[in-house]
Design a protein around this ligand. Structure first.
Ligand code: HEM
Length: 587
Protein backbone atom coordinates (compact mmCIF):
# COMPACT_ATOMS: atom_id res chain seq x y z
CA UNK A 1 0.00 0.00 0.00
CA UNK A 2 1.20 3.48 -0.89
CA UNK A 3 3.44 5.13 1.69
CA UNK A 4 3.32 2.22 4.15
CA UNK A 5 5.81 2.30 6.97
CA UNK A 6 5.31 -1.38 7.63
CA UNK A 7 6.02 -0.96 11.35
CA UNK A 8 2.47 -1.39 12.58
CA UNK A 9 1.48 -4.34 10.47
CA UNK A 10 -0.96 -6.85 11.85
CA UNK A 11 -3.58 -9.11 10.35
CA UNK A 12 -6.07 -6.28 10.45
CA UNK A 13 -3.61 -3.76 9.11
CA UNK A 14 -5.32 -1.17 6.99
CA UNK A 15 -2.34 -1.59 4.62
CA UNK A 16 -3.92 -4.89 3.85
CA UNK A 17 -7.30 -3.26 3.45
CA UNK A 18 -5.92 -0.53 1.27
CA UNK A 19 -4.24 -3.09 -0.98
CA UNK A 20 -7.42 -5.15 -1.15
CA UNK A 21 -9.47 -2.12 -1.90
CA UNK A 22 -7.04 -0.97 -4.54
CA UNK A 23 -7.08 -4.30 -6.29
CA UNK A 24 -10.87 -4.56 -6.07
CA UNK A 25 -11.29 -1.10 -7.50
CA UNK A 26 -8.68 -1.64 -10.16
CA UNK A 27 -6.05 0.44 -8.39
CA UNK A 28 -8.25 3.50 -8.10
CA UNK A 29 -8.52 3.91 -11.84
CA UNK A 30 -7.62 7.60 -11.70
CA UNK A 31 -4.76 10.03 -11.50
CA UNK A 32 -1.73 8.26 -9.99
CA UNK A 33 -0.50 11.61 -8.60
CA UNK A 34 -3.27 11.44 -6.00
CA UNK A 35 -1.69 9.48 -3.13
CA UNK A 36 -3.50 6.75 -1.21
CA UNK A 37 -3.88 7.52 2.50
CA UNK A 38 -2.17 4.81 4.45
CA UNK A 39 -4.58 4.12 7.28
CA UNK A 40 -2.97 2.79 10.43
CA UNK A 41 -4.71 0.56 12.93
CA UNK A 42 -5.32 3.58 15.18
CA UNK A 43 -6.99 5.43 12.34
CA UNK A 44 -9.38 2.55 11.81
CA UNK A 45 -10.31 2.74 15.48
CA UNK A 46 -10.88 6.45 15.04
CA UNK A 47 -13.13 5.79 12.10
CA UNK A 48 -15.02 3.21 14.08
CA UNK A 49 -15.27 5.63 17.01
CA UNK A 50 -17.45 7.77 14.83
CA UNK A 51 -15.40 10.90 14.32
CA UNK A 52 -14.49 10.31 10.69
CA UNK A 53 -13.31 13.85 10.15
CA UNK A 54 -10.42 13.40 12.60
CA UNK A 55 -8.41 10.85 10.60
CA UNK A 56 -9.32 12.77 7.45
CA UNK A 57 -7.65 15.79 9.04
CA UNK A 58 -4.58 13.83 10.05
CA UNK A 59 -4.19 12.44 6.55
CA UNK A 60 -4.48 15.94 5.11
CA UNK A 61 -1.44 16.90 7.19
CA UNK A 62 0.39 13.78 5.93
CA UNK A 63 -0.66 13.68 2.27
CA UNK A 64 -1.70 17.20 1.42
CA UNK A 65 -4.96 18.70 0.20
CA UNK A 66 -5.93 15.84 -2.10
CA UNK A 67 -5.60 12.13 -1.42
CA UNK A 68 -7.40 8.89 -2.01
CA UNK A 69 -9.05 6.80 0.69
CA UNK A 70 -9.74 3.11 0.22
CA UNK A 71 -13.35 2.25 0.95
CA UNK A 72 -13.74 -1.45 0.28
CA UNK A 73 -14.31 -1.88 -3.42
CA UNK A 74 -14.71 1.87 -3.84
CA UNK A 75 -12.42 4.71 -3.03
CA UNK A 76 -12.96 8.37 -2.21
CA UNK A 77 -10.90 11.28 -3.36
CA UNK A 78 -10.70 13.45 -0.25
CA UNK A 79 -10.40 17.16 -0.96
CA UNK A 80 -9.20 19.77 1.56
CA UNK A 81 -8.41 22.59 -0.82
CA UNK A 82 -10.72 25.60 -1.34
CA UNK A 83 -9.99 25.87 -5.08
CA UNK A 84 -10.84 22.22 -5.75
CA UNK A 85 -13.92 22.45 -3.53
CA UNK A 86 -15.03 25.50 -5.49
CA UNK A 87 -14.58 23.66 -8.79
CA UNK A 88 -16.59 20.62 -7.65
CA UNK A 89 -19.37 22.55 -5.93
CA UNK A 90 -19.84 25.09 -8.70
CA UNK A 91 -19.91 22.51 -11.51
CA UNK A 92 -23.22 21.07 -10.43
CA UNK A 93 -23.95 19.34 -13.75
CA UNK A 94 -20.73 17.36 -13.51
CA UNK A 95 -21.10 16.21 -9.90
CA UNK A 96 -24.16 14.55 -8.37
CA UNK A 97 -24.92 13.84 -4.71
CA UNK A 98 -24.12 10.12 -5.08
CA UNK A 99 -23.91 8.28 -1.78
CA UNK A 100 -25.92 10.95 0.10
CA UNK A 101 -28.93 10.32 -2.10
CA UNK A 102 -28.53 6.58 -1.75
CA UNK A 103 -28.66 6.60 2.07
CA UNK A 104 -31.50 9.08 2.48
CA UNK A 105 -33.80 8.22 -0.42
CA UNK A 106 -35.98 6.07 1.87
CA UNK A 107 -36.93 9.25 3.74
CA UNK A 108 -36.62 12.10 1.24
CA UNK A 109 -38.20 10.21 -1.67
CA UNK A 110 -38.06 12.68 -4.53
CA UNK A 111 -37.46 15.69 -2.25
CA UNK A 112 -35.31 18.39 -3.80
CA UNK A 113 -32.47 18.03 -1.26
CA UNK A 114 -31.39 14.87 -3.07
CA UNK A 115 -33.15 15.19 -6.44
CA UNK A 116 -31.04 15.73 -9.56
CA UNK A 117 -31.48 17.28 -12.98
CA UNK A 118 -34.69 18.94 -14.13
CA UNK A 119 -36.70 17.86 -11.08
CA UNK A 120 -34.21 19.57 -8.74
CA UNK A 121 -34.17 22.75 -10.88
CA UNK A 122 -37.96 23.04 -10.93
CA UNK A 123 -38.48 22.34 -7.25
CA UNK A 124 -35.61 24.51 -5.98
CA UNK A 125 -37.00 27.36 -8.09
CA UNK A 126 -40.47 26.81 -6.64
CA UNK A 127 -39.37 26.69 -2.99
CA UNK A 128 -36.78 29.52 -2.95
CA UNK A 129 -39.31 32.41 -3.05
CA UNK A 130 -41.05 31.11 0.07
CA UNK A 131 -38.01 32.08 2.19
CA UNK A 132 -38.31 35.79 1.38
CA UNK A 133 -37.38 38.66 3.73
CA UNK A 134 -40.88 39.33 5.04
CA UNK A 135 -41.39 35.63 5.84
CA UNK A 136 -38.13 35.61 7.80
CA UNK A 137 -39.05 38.71 9.75
CA UNK A 138 -42.43 37.22 10.69
CA UNK A 139 -40.66 34.01 11.74
CA UNK A 140 -38.32 35.91 14.06
CA UNK A 141 -41.22 37.34 15.95
CA UNK A 142 -43.83 34.58 15.78
CA UNK A 143 -41.67 31.48 15.96
CA UNK A 144 -37.96 31.94 16.74
CA UNK A 145 -38.48 34.24 19.75
CA UNK A 146 -41.41 32.31 21.15
CA UNK A 147 -39.70 28.93 20.93
CA UNK A 148 -36.50 30.32 22.48
CA UNK A 149 -38.48 31.86 25.32
CA UNK A 150 -40.12 28.51 25.86
CA UNK A 151 -36.69 26.90 26.08
CA UNK A 152 -35.61 29.45 28.69
CA UNK A 153 -38.78 28.72 30.70
CA UNK A 154 -37.88 25.03 30.63
CA UNK A 155 -34.29 25.71 31.65
CA UNK A 156 -35.49 27.87 34.51
CA UNK A 157 -37.24 24.85 36.00
CA UNK A 158 -33.97 22.95 35.86
CA UNK A 159 -32.16 25.97 37.21
CA UNK A 160 -34.45 26.02 40.22
CA UNK A 161 -34.25 22.34 41.08
CA UNK A 162 -30.64 22.03 40.03
CA UNK A 163 -30.94 19.05 37.76
CA UNK A 164 -28.49 18.53 34.94
CA UNK A 165 -29.72 19.19 31.44
CA UNK A 166 -28.35 17.83 28.20
CA UNK A 167 -28.08 20.98 26.14
CA UNK A 168 -27.65 19.22 22.84
CA UNK A 169 -30.98 17.51 23.42
CA UNK A 170 -32.66 20.79 24.41
CA UNK A 171 -31.38 22.64 21.36
CA UNK A 172 -32.43 19.76 19.16
CA UNK A 173 -35.95 19.98 20.60
CA UNK A 174 -35.98 23.73 20.11
CA UNK A 175 -34.98 23.49 16.46
CA UNK A 176 -37.50 20.72 15.80
CA UNK A 177 -40.28 22.91 17.20
CA UNK A 178 -39.08 25.86 15.13
CA UNK A 179 -38.86 23.97 11.86
CA UNK A 180 -42.27 22.28 12.36
CA UNK A 181 -44.00 25.62 12.88
CA UNK A 182 -42.10 27.36 10.10
CA UNK A 183 -42.64 24.68 7.50
CA UNK A 184 -46.20 23.55 8.07
CA UNK A 185 -47.51 25.43 11.06
CA UNK A 186 -47.30 22.19 13.04
CA UNK A 187 -46.35 22.32 16.68
CA UNK A 188 -44.24 19.28 17.57
CA UNK A 189 -43.99 20.83 21.04
CA UNK A 190 -41.04 18.58 21.62
CA UNK A 191 -39.74 20.88 24.37
CA UNK A 192 -42.79 19.91 26.37
CA UNK A 193 -43.75 16.39 25.39
CA UNK A 194 -42.94 13.24 23.51
CA UNK A 195 -45.12 12.16 20.64
CA UNK A 196 -45.10 9.36 18.08
CA UNK A 197 -44.25 11.86 15.35
CA UNK A 198 -41.22 13.20 17.19
CA UNK A 199 -40.12 9.68 17.93
CA UNK A 200 -40.57 8.83 14.26
CA UNK A 201 -38.54 11.84 13.12
CA UNK A 202 -35.63 10.77 15.33
CA UNK A 203 -35.88 7.14 14.26
CA UNK A 204 -35.79 8.14 10.60
CA UNK A 205 -32.84 10.47 11.15
CA UNK A 206 -30.96 7.75 12.97
CA UNK A 207 -31.70 5.32 10.16
CA UNK A 208 -30.27 7.73 7.58
CA UNK A 209 -27.19 8.03 9.78
CA UNK A 210 -26.95 4.27 10.21
CA UNK A 211 -27.29 3.69 6.48
CA UNK A 212 -24.35 5.94 5.83
CA UNK A 213 -22.30 3.64 8.04
CA UNK A 214 -23.60 0.25 6.91
CA UNK A 215 -20.89 -1.96 5.58
CA UNK A 216 -23.47 -4.13 3.81
CA UNK A 217 -26.04 -1.82 2.20
CA UNK A 218 -28.68 -4.53 1.89
CA UNK A 219 -31.43 -1.86 1.86
CA UNK A 220 -30.34 -0.69 -1.56
CA UNK A 221 -32.14 -1.73 -4.70
CA UNK A 222 -30.38 -4.80 -6.02
CA UNK A 223 -28.78 -3.03 -8.98
CA UNK A 224 -27.39 -0.30 -6.77
CA UNK A 225 -26.13 -2.82 -4.22
CA UNK A 226 -24.25 -4.72 -6.89
CA UNK A 227 -22.71 -1.64 -8.39
CA UNK A 228 -21.76 -0.41 -4.88
CA UNK A 229 -19.49 -3.44 -4.56
CA UNK A 230 -18.55 -3.57 -8.25
CA UNK A 231 -20.13 -7.03 -8.26
CA UNK A 232 -21.13 -6.79 -11.89
CA UNK A 233 -17.44 -7.29 -12.61
CA UNK A 234 -17.46 -10.73 -10.95
CA UNK A 235 -19.72 -12.70 -13.34
CA UNK A 236 -20.45 -15.76 -11.16
CA UNK A 237 -21.25 -13.76 -8.06
CA UNK A 238 -23.27 -11.38 -10.12
CA UNK A 239 -25.35 -14.27 -11.48
CA UNK A 240 -25.83 -15.72 -8.00
CA UNK A 241 -26.90 -12.42 -6.46
CA UNK A 242 -29.26 -11.63 -9.27
CA UNK A 243 -31.42 -14.42 -7.79
CA UNK A 244 -31.02 -13.28 -4.17
CA UNK A 245 -33.93 -11.50 -2.48
CA UNK A 246 -31.95 -8.49 -1.15
CA UNK A 247 -34.69 -5.88 -0.69
CA UNK A 248 -36.78 -8.50 1.13
CA UNK A 249 -34.28 -8.22 3.99
CA UNK A 250 -35.80 -4.79 4.65
CA UNK A 251 -39.09 -6.49 5.48
CA UNK A 252 -37.64 -8.79 8.12
CA UNK A 253 -34.79 -6.91 9.77
CA UNK A 254 -36.18 -5.18 12.91
CA UNK A 255 -34.24 -1.95 12.34
CA UNK A 256 -35.69 -1.66 8.86
CA UNK A 257 -39.21 -2.48 10.02
CA UNK A 258 -38.91 0.28 12.63
CA UNK A 259 -37.57 2.74 10.06
CA UNK A 260 -40.29 1.93 7.58
CA UNK A 261 -42.92 2.46 10.26
CA UNK A 262 -41.33 5.77 11.26
CA UNK A 263 -41.26 7.03 7.70
CA UNK A 264 -44.90 6.18 7.21
CA UNK A 265 -45.87 8.02 10.43
CA UNK A 266 -44.01 11.12 9.26
CA UNK A 267 -45.35 10.92 5.73
CA UNK A 268 -48.93 10.42 6.92
CA UNK A 269 -48.65 13.39 9.28
CA UNK A 270 -47.29 15.68 6.57
CA UNK A 271 -49.83 14.40 4.04
CA UNK A 272 -52.66 15.18 6.46
CA UNK A 273 -51.27 18.67 7.02
CA UNK A 274 -51.10 19.20 3.26
CA UNK A 275 -54.71 18.07 2.78
CA UNK A 276 -55.96 20.34 5.56
CA UNK A 277 -53.99 23.33 4.35
CA UNK A 278 -55.11 22.71 0.75
CA UNK A 279 -58.75 22.78 1.83
CA UNK A 280 -58.28 26.10 3.58
CA UNK A 281 -56.40 27.65 0.66
CA UNK A 282 -59.07 26.41 -1.79
CA UNK A 283 -61.95 27.61 0.40
CA UNK A 284 -60.43 31.06 0.79
CA UNK A 285 -59.39 31.19 -2.88
CA UNK A 286 -56.04 32.26 -1.59
CA UNK A 287 -53.40 33.24 -4.11
CA UNK A 288 -49.86 34.50 -3.54
CA UNK A 289 -49.88 38.22 -4.26
CA UNK A 290 -46.59 40.01 -4.73
CA UNK A 291 -43.15 38.71 -4.00
CA UNK A 292 -43.33 38.94 -0.23
CA UNK A 293 -46.69 37.35 0.42
CA UNK A 294 -47.35 36.08 3.95
CA UNK A 295 -50.62 34.77 5.31
CA UNK A 296 -51.01 36.35 8.74
CA UNK A 297 -52.75 33.42 10.45
CA UNK A 298 -50.52 30.76 8.91
CA UNK A 299 -47.24 32.16 7.58
CA UNK A 300 -45.79 28.67 6.96
CA UNK A 301 -43.88 27.65 3.85
CA UNK A 302 -46.55 25.01 3.11
CA UNK A 303 -49.23 27.70 2.99
CA UNK A 304 -47.06 29.84 0.70
CA UNK A 305 -46.36 26.95 -1.65
CA UNK A 306 -50.02 25.97 -1.89
CA UNK A 307 -51.16 29.55 -2.39
CA UNK A 308 -48.54 30.04 -5.10
CA UNK A 309 -50.51 27.49 -7.17
CA UNK A 310 -47.44 25.82 -8.65
CA UNK A 311 -48.19 22.57 -10.49
CA UNK A 312 -46.98 20.00 -7.96
CA UNK A 313 -48.20 16.66 -6.69
CA UNK A 314 -48.92 16.22 -2.99
CA UNK A 315 -46.20 13.56 -2.81
CA UNK A 316 -43.60 15.91 -4.24
CA UNK A 317 -44.68 18.65 -1.88
CA UNK A 318 -44.49 16.24 1.04
CA UNK A 319 -40.99 15.12 0.07
CA UNK A 320 -39.78 18.69 -0.41
CA UNK A 321 -41.04 19.68 3.03
CA UNK A 322 -39.46 16.62 4.57
CA UNK A 323 -36.16 17.54 2.92
CA UNK A 324 -36.30 20.88 4.63
CA UNK A 325 -37.39 19.41 7.95
CA UNK A 326 -34.41 17.09 8.06
CA UNK A 327 -31.88 19.52 6.58
CA UNK A 328 -32.93 22.32 8.89
CA UNK A 329 -33.33 20.57 12.20
CA UNK A 330 -30.20 18.95 13.60
CA UNK A 331 -27.82 21.26 11.75
CA UNK A 332 -29.08 24.34 13.57
CA UNK A 333 -29.34 22.43 16.88
CA UNK A 334 -25.67 21.46 16.62
CA UNK A 335 -24.59 25.00 15.83
CA UNK A 336 -26.29 26.22 18.99
CA UNK A 337 -24.70 23.52 21.14
CA UNK A 338 -21.19 24.12 19.84
CA UNK A 339 -21.54 27.89 20.05
CA UNK A 340 -22.38 27.85 23.76
CA UNK A 341 -19.65 25.30 24.24
CA UNK A 342 -17.16 27.68 22.63
CA UNK A 343 -18.54 30.64 24.55
CA UNK A 344 -18.36 28.87 27.89
CA UNK A 345 -16.57 30.94 30.48
CA UNK A 346 -13.91 28.35 31.36
CA UNK A 347 -10.59 28.92 29.78
CA UNK A 348 -8.20 26.16 28.91
CA UNK A 349 -10.79 23.59 27.95
CA UNK A 350 -10.35 20.83 25.46
CA UNK A 351 -12.48 18.61 23.33
CA UNK A 352 -11.79 14.99 23.94
CA UNK A 353 -12.65 12.43 21.38
CA UNK A 354 -13.44 9.01 22.63
CA UNK A 355 -14.42 5.74 21.13
CA UNK A 356 -18.00 5.19 21.96
CA UNK A 357 -18.92 2.27 19.84
CA UNK A 358 -19.00 1.03 16.30
CA UNK A 359 -20.05 3.97 14.27
CA UNK A 360 -18.14 4.79 11.10
CA UNK A 361 -19.76 7.58 9.08
CA UNK A 362 -19.52 5.82 5.78
CA UNK A 363 -18.92 2.27 4.66
CA UNK A 364 -15.28 3.15 4.44
CA UNK A 365 -13.57 -0.08 5.18
CA UNK A 366 -14.60 -3.67 5.10
CA UNK A 367 -12.94 -5.16 8.12
CA UNK A 368 -13.26 -8.53 9.81
CA UNK A 369 -15.96 -8.38 12.46
CA UNK A 370 -13.44 -9.03 15.20
CA UNK A 371 -11.60 -5.79 14.70
CA UNK A 372 -14.82 -3.81 14.86
CA UNK A 373 -14.98 -4.20 18.62
CA UNK A 374 -13.81 -1.11 20.44
CA UNK A 375 -14.27 -0.81 24.18
CA UNK A 376 -16.25 2.16 25.35
CA UNK A 377 -14.74 5.26 26.82
CA UNK A 378 -11.13 5.01 25.71
CA UNK A 379 -9.71 8.45 25.29
CA UNK A 380 -8.37 8.84 21.80
CA UNK A 381 -7.00 12.32 21.52
CA UNK A 382 -7.25 15.79 22.94
CA UNK A 383 -7.72 18.81 20.75
CA UNK A 384 -6.78 21.97 22.57
CA UNK A 385 -9.40 24.59 22.10
CA UNK A 386 -8.94 28.15 23.22
CA UNK A 387 -12.17 29.15 24.91
CA UNK A 388 -11.79 32.83 25.62
CA UNK A 389 -13.97 33.98 28.53
CA UNK A 390 -13.89 37.50 27.13
CA UNK A 391 -15.94 36.34 24.12
CA UNK A 392 -18.89 35.53 26.33
CA UNK A 393 -18.63 38.84 28.15
CA UNK A 394 -18.49 40.73 24.89
CA UNK A 395 -21.41 38.81 23.38
CA UNK A 396 -23.55 39.29 26.48
CA UNK A 397 -22.69 42.97 26.64
CA UNK A 398 -23.70 43.40 22.99
CA UNK A 399 -27.01 41.59 23.55
CA UNK A 400 -27.81 43.74 26.59
CA UNK A 401 -26.88 46.95 24.85
CA UNK A 402 -28.75 46.29 21.60
CA UNK A 403 -31.85 44.68 23.05
CA UNK A 404 -32.18 46.54 26.36
CA UNK A 405 -33.91 43.52 27.89
CA UNK A 406 -36.56 43.03 25.20
CA UNK A 407 -36.77 40.10 22.75
CA UNK A 408 -34.87 40.53 19.47
CA UNK A 409 -36.60 41.77 16.33
CA UNK A 410 -35.57 41.16 12.74
CA UNK A 411 -33.99 44.63 12.46
CA UNK A 412 -31.89 44.04 15.61
CA UNK A 413 -30.00 41.15 14.12
CA UNK A 414 -27.69 43.27 11.99
CA UNK A 415 -26.65 45.08 15.19
CA UNK A 416 -25.73 41.84 16.96
CA UNK A 417 -22.54 41.74 14.95
CA UNK A 418 -20.26 40.13 17.48
CA UNK A 419 -22.71 37.38 18.40
CA UNK A 420 -23.15 36.64 14.70
CA UNK A 421 -19.36 36.34 14.29
CA UNK A 422 -19.34 33.87 17.20
CA UNK A 423 -21.84 31.76 15.27
CA UNK A 424 -19.72 31.99 12.12
CA UNK A 425 -16.63 31.01 14.05
CA UNK A 426 -18.51 28.09 15.58
CA UNK A 427 -19.57 27.03 12.07
CA UNK A 428 -15.94 27.24 10.98
CA UNK A 429 -14.71 25.00 13.78
CA UNK A 430 -17.69 22.62 13.77
CA UNK A 431 -19.23 22.57 10.30
CA UNK A 432 -22.44 20.56 9.82
CA UNK A 433 -22.06 18.36 7.92
CA UNK A 434 -18.26 18.09 8.24
CA UNK A 435 -17.93 16.52 4.79
CA UNK A 436 -19.81 17.06 1.53
CA UNK A 437 -20.13 14.12 -0.83
CA UNK A 438 -20.29 14.17 -4.60
CA UNK A 439 -19.94 11.65 -7.46
CA UNK A 440 -18.39 12.65 -10.79
CA UNK A 441 -20.84 12.22 -13.65
CA UNK A 442 -18.16 12.38 -16.33
CA UNK A 443 -14.37 12.50 -16.61
CA UNK A 444 -13.03 15.79 -15.33
CA UNK A 445 -9.83 17.62 -14.51
CA UNK A 446 -9.59 19.30 -11.11
CA UNK A 447 -7.51 22.41 -10.38
CA UNK A 448 -3.91 21.25 -10.03
CA UNK A 449 -4.46 19.13 -13.14
CA UNK A 450 -5.72 16.07 -11.25
CA UNK A 451 -7.68 13.74 -13.50
CA UNK A 452 -10.93 12.29 -12.23
CA UNK A 453 -12.83 9.44 -13.84
CA UNK A 454 -16.59 9.30 -14.24
CA UNK A 455 -18.14 7.58 -11.19
CA UNK A 456 -15.41 8.75 -8.80
CA UNK A 457 -16.74 9.48 -5.31
CA UNK A 458 -15.43 12.72 -3.85
CA UNK A 459 -15.44 13.86 -0.25
CA UNK A 460 -14.96 17.56 0.32
CA UNK A 461 -13.78 17.86 3.89
CA UNK A 462 -15.23 21.15 5.05
CA UNK A 463 -13.74 20.40 8.47
CA UNK A 464 -10.25 20.19 6.92
CA UNK A 465 -10.64 23.35 4.87
CA UNK A 466 -11.93 25.24 7.90
CA UNK A 467 -9.10 24.04 10.14
CA UNK A 468 -6.19 23.85 7.72
CA UNK A 469 -3.19 25.93 8.86
CA UNK A 470 -2.57 26.62 5.16
CA UNK A 471 -6.00 28.21 4.82
CA UNK A 472 -6.49 29.97 8.17
CA UNK A 473 -4.19 31.64 10.66
CA UNK A 474 -4.66 30.40 14.24
CA UNK A 475 -6.88 27.80 12.62
CA UNK A 476 -7.58 25.77 15.77
CA UNK A 477 -8.55 28.75 17.90
CA UNK A 478 -11.98 30.12 18.64
CA UNK A 479 -11.39 33.69 17.51
CA UNK A 480 -14.60 35.39 16.34
CA UNK A 481 -12.70 38.63 15.63
CA UNK A 482 -11.03 36.98 12.62
CA UNK A 483 -14.19 37.98 10.74
CA UNK A 484 -14.18 41.76 10.76
CA UNK A 485 -17.25 43.24 12.40
CA UNK A 486 -17.36 46.03 9.88
CA UNK A 487 -16.69 43.77 6.88
CA UNK A 488 -19.21 41.70 4.95
CA UNK A 489 -20.87 38.68 6.53
CA UNK A 490 -18.47 35.86 5.63
CA UNK A 491 -19.65 33.43 2.99
CA UNK A 492 -18.17 31.16 0.34
CA UNK A 493 -17.92 33.92 -2.26
CA UNK A 494 -16.14 36.60 -0.25
CA UNK A 495 -13.73 34.03 1.26
CA UNK A 496 -13.11 32.29 -2.05
CA UNK A 497 -14.43 28.98 -0.66
CA UNK A 498 -12.25 29.08 2.45
CA UNK A 499 -15.44 29.31 4.53
CA UNK A 500 -18.17 26.99 3.25
CA UNK A 501 -20.44 25.97 6.14
CA UNK A 502 -23.47 26.22 3.87
CA UNK A 503 -21.65 24.72 0.86
CA UNK A 504 -21.54 26.80 -2.33
CA UNK A 505 -22.64 26.77 -5.94
CA UNK A 506 -26.14 25.91 -7.13
CA UNK A 507 -26.77 23.37 -4.35
CA UNK A 508 -25.85 25.70 -1.55
CA UNK A 509 -28.09 25.50 1.52
CA UNK A 510 -31.44 27.11 0.81
CA UNK A 511 -32.02 27.83 4.51
CA UNK A 512 -28.79 29.67 5.39
CA UNK A 513 -30.45 32.98 6.31
CA UNK A 514 -33.23 31.18 8.14
CA UNK A 515 -30.68 29.18 10.17
CA UNK A 516 -28.50 32.16 11.07
CA UNK A 517 -31.54 34.15 12.21
CA UNK A 518 -32.90 31.25 14.20
CA UNK A 519 -29.54 30.66 15.88
CA UNK A 520 -28.87 34.28 16.77
CA UNK A 521 -32.35 34.80 18.20
CA UNK A 522 -32.06 31.65 20.32
CA UNK A 523 -28.59 32.60 21.58
CA UNK A 524 -29.52 36.20 22.31
CA UNK A 525 -32.50 35.09 24.40
CA UNK A 526 -30.43 32.39 26.10
CA UNK A 527 -27.69 34.89 27.00
CA UNK A 528 -30.22 37.44 28.20
CA UNK A 529 -31.67 35.03 30.73
CA UNK A 530 -29.17 32.35 31.61
CA UNK A 531 -25.68 32.09 33.03
CA UNK A 532 -23.80 28.93 32.35
CA UNK A 533 -20.45 27.34 32.65
CA UNK A 534 -18.73 24.05 32.19
CA UNK A 535 -17.83 22.14 35.32
CA UNK A 536 -15.00 19.78 35.85
CA UNK A 537 -14.40 16.13 35.16
CA UNK A 538 -16.66 15.22 32.35
CA UNK A 539 -15.34 14.48 28.93
CA UNK A 540 -17.04 16.19 26.04
CA UNK A 541 -16.60 14.08 22.99
CA UNK A 542 -17.23 14.47 19.32
CA UNK A 543 -19.04 11.91 17.34
CA UNK A 544 -20.64 12.31 14.00
CA UNK A 545 -23.70 11.42 12.09
CA UNK A 546 -24.88 13.90 9.57
CA UNK A 547 -23.48 16.64 11.82
CA UNK A 548 -20.71 16.81 14.41
CA UNK A 549 -22.39 15.95 17.68
CA UNK A 550 -21.16 16.53 21.15
CA UNK A 551 -21.63 13.91 23.71
CA UNK A 552 -22.33 14.84 27.30
CA UNK A 553 -22.83 18.60 27.02
CA UNK A 554 -25.15 19.35 29.88
CA UNK A 555 -26.46 22.32 31.72
CA UNK A 556 -26.93 22.40 35.43
CA UNK A 557 -28.06 25.09 37.82
CA UNK A 558 -25.29 26.58 39.85
CA UNK A 559 -24.43 29.84 41.52
CA UNK A 560 -21.08 30.28 39.89
CA UNK A 561 -20.57 33.60 38.27
CA UNK A 562 -18.95 33.73 34.90
CA UNK A 563 -15.70 34.96 36.44
CA UNK A 564 -15.19 31.64 38.23
CA UNK A 565 -13.32 29.10 36.25
CA UNK A 566 -13.36 25.36 36.58
CA UNK A 567 -10.30 23.25 35.94
CA UNK A 568 -11.56 21.39 32.96
CA UNK A 569 -14.73 21.42 31.01
CA UNK A 570 -17.54 18.98 31.22
CA UNK A 571 -21.08 19.74 32.26
CA UNK A 572 -22.44 23.11 31.35
CA UNK A 573 -23.83 24.93 34.32
CA UNK A 574 -26.63 27.40 33.99
CA UNK A 575 -27.71 30.00 36.42
CA UNK A 576 -31.04 31.57 35.89
CA UNK A 577 -30.10 35.12 36.77
CA UNK A 578 -33.66 36.23 37.33
CA UNK A 579 -34.43 33.53 39.88
CA UNK A 580 -32.04 32.33 42.56
CA UNK A 581 -28.57 33.54 41.78
CA UNK A 582 -27.18 32.46 45.14
CA UNK A 583 -28.45 28.94 45.53
CA UNK A 584 -25.95 26.18 45.19
CA UNK A 585 -26.85 22.80 43.86
CA UNK A 586 -24.45 19.93 43.70
CA UNK A 587 -24.95 17.38 40.98
C1 HEM B 1 -28.34 22.03 1.91
C2 HEM B 1 -25.81 23.33 5.85
C3 HEM B 1 -29.91 24.87 7.93
C4 HEM B 1 -32.44 23.41 4.09
C5 HEM B 1 -27.31 22.29 2.79
C6 HEM B 1 -25.92 22.07 2.52
C7 HEM B 1 -25.22 22.41 3.63
C8 HEM B 1 -26.16 22.88 4.60
C9 HEM B 1 -23.71 22.33 3.84
C10 HEM B 1 -25.35 21.55 1.21
C11 HEM B 1 -25.17 20.07 1.23
C12 HEM B 1 -24.43 19.64 0.01
O1 HEM B 1 -23.90 20.45 -0.74
O2 HEM B 1 -24.36 18.41 -0.20
C13 HEM B 1 -26.72 23.84 6.75
C14 HEM B 1 -26.36 24.34 8.05
C15 HEM B 1 -27.51 24.76 8.64
C16 HEM B 1 -28.60 24.54 7.71
C17 HEM B 1 -24.93 24.37 8.62
C18 HEM B 1 -27.70 25.36 10.00
C19 HEM B 1 -26.81 26.12 10.61
C20 HEM B 1 -30.94 24.67 7.04
C21 HEM B 1 -32.31 25.07 7.25
C22 HEM B 1 -33.02 24.63 6.17
C23 HEM B 1 -32.09 23.98 5.28
C24 HEM B 1 -32.83 25.79 8.50
C25 HEM B 1 -34.49 24.80 5.87
C26 HEM B 1 -35.22 25.79 6.27
C27 HEM B 1 -31.54 22.86 3.20
C28 HEM B 1 -31.94 22.24 1.96
C29 HEM B 1 -30.75 21.84 1.33
C30 HEM B 1 -29.66 22.23 2.20
C31 HEM B 1 -33.36 22.02 1.46
C32 HEM B 1 -30.63 21.16 -0.02
C33 HEM B 1 -30.55 22.23 -1.08
C34 HEM B 1 -30.45 21.67 -2.48
O3 HEM B 1 -29.90 20.59 -2.69
O4 HEM B 1 -30.89 22.38 -3.38
N1 HEM B 1 -27.44 22.80 4.06
N2 HEM B 1 -28.07 23.96 6.59
N3 HEM B 1 -30.84 24.02 5.84
N4 HEM B 1 -30.18 22.84 3.32
FE1 HEM B 1 -29.12 23.52 4.89
Amino acid sequence: AGGSTGSNRSWVSPDWLTSLSRSLSGGGGGDSRIPYADAKLDDVSDLLGGALFLPLFKWMLDYGPIYRLAAGPRNFVVVSDPAIAKHVLRNYGKYAKGLVSEVSEFLFGSGFAIAEGALWTVRRRAVTPSLHRKYLSVMVDKVFCRCAQRLVEKLQIHAMDGTAVNMEEKFSQLTLDVIGLSLFNYNFDSLASDSPVIEAVYTALKEAEARSTDILPYWKAKEAFMSHFNLFEIPRLSLLLSHAPLPILCKIIPRQIKAEKAVSIIRNTVEELIIKCKEIVEAECEQVEGEEYVNETDPSILRFLLASREEVTSIQLRDDLLSMLVAGHETTGSVLTWTIYLLNPNSDCSVVTSRTGIKPLLPLLIVPAKCLFVPEGIVMSCIPMACDPSSLKRARHEVDEVLQGRPPRYEDVKELKYLMRCIHESLRLYPHPPVLIRRAQSDDVLPGDYKINAGQDIMISVYNIHRSPKVWERAEEFFPERFSLEGPVPNETNTDFRFIPFSGGPRKCIGDQFALLEAIVALAIFLQHMKFELVADQKISMTTGATIHTTNVRVVYDDKSEENTAQSCSILEVTDMSLHPLDIVIV
